[in-house]
Ligand binder design. Structure first.
Ligand SMILES: NC(=O)c1ccc[n+]([C@@H]2O[C@H](COP(=O)([O-])OP(=O)(O)OC[C@H]3O[C@@H](n4cnc5c(N)ncnc54)[C@H](O)[C@@H]3O)[C@@H](O)[C@H]2O)c1
Length: 400
């Protein structure tokens, strides 16, 4: 017999919350998507998607059928059964975890919490945060004790614009504060996800998410170090990776870049590093990987300067400014540091990105041959570099 009937509330309608809301609505749940951002909510209610992974058509279908609506009103329907929290967990100005947004969203939820509701945290957090931060806030705000409601943690694994692995076919981890919470969370996700794996504890699920993204940061930073070495000895790191990839076991390719960006990979590992330092078991690989990652834009400023014999008054076009190819997301993009570094060295910098179009008060300029140098930072599929004519191109995705 199914525990779950109908109503789901999803707090935060961004890269994680919106696809989750649409997936739930598509299998028949009645979904309310709450977001503080009025403009976003108004767009969503006009069936205009705000992210690449959800189409306007999909949004329209679930909205017209009455299965989805977006609102800025944090008033949670008392008959809602499940509330998922998908708000940002960024780094603060000190480059350290900042849980204030999550705490504020949890407070709002706590005020409306009713007995037997299930609250699921999807935001990426440190081990212990669900148990030691979220649950006490829910208890305080609701006046209920934790045995009167259910709490689970389920990290999101969404990879924007990944056509092969979607919400449906990417296995989902869940863990409950209690066995009942885990069972109910698993039942919920199983309605629209093929494989749901239950972890032994909240802390295992929380740490697993941090491991996944730390693994990427450490390996990407390692490949970026290797790329710097390959450049010095005059070989292309991509040829090396291709050769090593013929080994059918024990090797996984990672590729060079101007650094990692986005909301997850440069951020989540620092959640793990801080938690590790706090218990006296520092994760030195993460700290070093973060340092290398942050230094990559400066490295490419140096390469550009070498190519042109100095950057003063040189016209440089940076191509692709989002944090990864084929998306318009500029959060934590390393290209910002690249552009700032070039400007600091006296270059006259323009950028081109038809997906981003407008950013930091500047507009994308057309590709063309009137530059001293182009730096290929984020290689979107649509780019036609033949439009650069004879302008030299520094490719941050290789080492030659
Ligand atoms: N983007 C990804 O690919 C990805 C993948 C896996 C996990 N995550 C994690 O998921 C979480 C959410 O990330 P995201 O990329 O969806 O962020 P996002 O910025 O795209 O969306 C979050 C939304 O939450 C809204 N919000 C903030 N406070 C709110 C509140 N109190 N009430 C209602 N809405 C509120 C914001 O306005 C925003 O629209 C983060 O912890 C992130 O680390 C992200």
């Amino acid at each position: 017999m199914s525990f779950i009937k109908k109503k789901i509330v999803i707090v935060g309608q961004g890269y994680v919350g919106l696809p989750l809301a649409i997936s739930c609505a598509q299998v028949g749940f009645e979904v309310t998507g709450i977001d503080l951002n009025e403009e976003k909510v108004s767009q969503l209610n006009k069936h205009q998607s705000i992210i690449e992974d959800v189409t306007d058509e999909e949004l329209k279908t679930v909205s017209v059928s009455g299965k989805y609506r977006a609102t800025t009103d944090s008033l949670i329907d008392p008959s809602a059964e499940i509330i998922c929290i998908c708000v940002p967990t960024p780094l603060g100005s000190d480059h350290q975890p900042d849980l204030e947004i999550l705490k504020a969203a949890t407070k709002d939820v706590g005020k409306k919490l009713k007995p037997d509701m299930l609250v699921i945290i999807e935001s990426t957090i440190q081990p212990g945060t669900t148990r030691d931060v979220v649950v006490p806030i829910l208890e305080k705000e609701s006046g209920l004790s934790s045995d009167q409601f259910l709490v689970a943690y389920s990290p999101e694994r969404i990879d924007p614009m990944n056509k092969k692995f979607t919400i449906k076919n990417t296995p989902k981890l869940v863990a409950g504060l209690t066995p009942d919470a885990a069972v109910k969370a698993k039942e919920f996700y199983s309605k629209f996800i093929d494989q749901v794996d239950v972890c032994d504890s909240l802390e295992v699920a929380e740490t697993a998410k941090l491991l996944e993204n730390s693994f990427r940061l450490v390996n990407i930073s390692f490949i970026n170090e290797l790329a710097m070495f390959c450049q010095k000895i005059g070989i292309d790191v991509n040829d090396v990776i291709k050769a090593a990839s013929t080994k059918p076991y024990g090797f996984m390719p990672f590729y060079p870049s101007v650094g990692v960006g986005g909301h997850c990979i440069p951020v989540d590992p620092l959640y793990l590093a801080q938690a590790a330092r706090a218990v006296g078991a520092p994760t030195r690989f993460i700290e070093l990987a973060d340092e290398i990652n942050l230094a990559m834009p400066t490295y490419f400023v140096g390469r550009a300067s070498e190519m042109l014999g100095g950057l003063k008054d040189k016209k440089v076009l940076v191509i692709g400014v989002s944090y990864k190819p084929n998306v318009a997301d500029v959060r934590e993009t390393p290209v910002e540091a690249l552009i700032n570094g070039l400007k600091k060295s006296g270059a006259v910098v323009s950028w081109h990105d038809d997906l981003v179009k407008s950013w930091n008060g500047q507009a994308s300029v057309a590709l063309g041959s009137s530059f001293d140098l182009a730096i290929l930072a984020t290689p979107h599929d649509y780019l036609d570099l033949s439009l650069m004519g004879s302008v030299p191109v520094l490719n941050t995705r290789g080492s030659k």
